[in-house]
Design a protein around this ligand. Structure first.
Ligand code: SF4
Length: 140
């Protein structure tokens, strides 16, 4: 699945949950998206939930911002670096981020970064529309 397809499908799944939570205040919405609650009440939101697995090895994982508003992707590539095309990058150059480099492509590797999974960060950028928070992610 391309990142764009995943992004569009994830936006729909997020919106369906948000439509159920209109009675909750912002803090309660963020708490609802804690991993432990999501595994129990929203098992189809993430494929890892079925195995009770986390995408990052951290005790307090919040899934409201899967994915990250600082991620940038362009299916046509941002730039050439030698023979390789840069398809994705981190807008804040997080020191916890890394790169996947293959023969022809460079992709952002967020495996070691938990910036968007921290509740104080989610509170900082919070909006009830996931697409609004993510509005700068797809660059076409
Ligand atoms: S490295 Fe961290 S801050 Fe940067 S895009 Fe990835 S998850 Fe977001």
């Amino acid at each position: 699945m391309s990142y764009k397809k995943w992004f569009d499908e994830h936006a729909k799944k997020h919106q369906i949950i948000m439509d159920k939570l209109t009675q909750l205040n912002d803090k309660e919405v963020i708490e609802y998206f804690r991993f432990e609650n999501m595994v129990k009440n929203e098992p189809n939101f993430c494929p890892l939930y079925k195995e009770n697995k986390k995408c990052h090895d951290t005790q307090k994982l919040n899934c409201y911002l899967c994915a990250c508003p600082n991620f940038r992707f362009n299916e046509n590539g941002f730039a050439k670096e030698g023979k390789m095309t840069l398809f994705s990058k981190c807008d804040i150059k997080s020191p916890e981020g890394d790169r996947f480099i293959s023969e022809n492509a460079i992709h952002q590797n967020c495996a070691g970064c938990i910036v968007p999974h921290k509740e104080h960060y989610i509170e900082k950028v919070f909006d009830r529309s996931w697409l609004h928070i993510m509005r700068k992610v797809p660059c076409e």
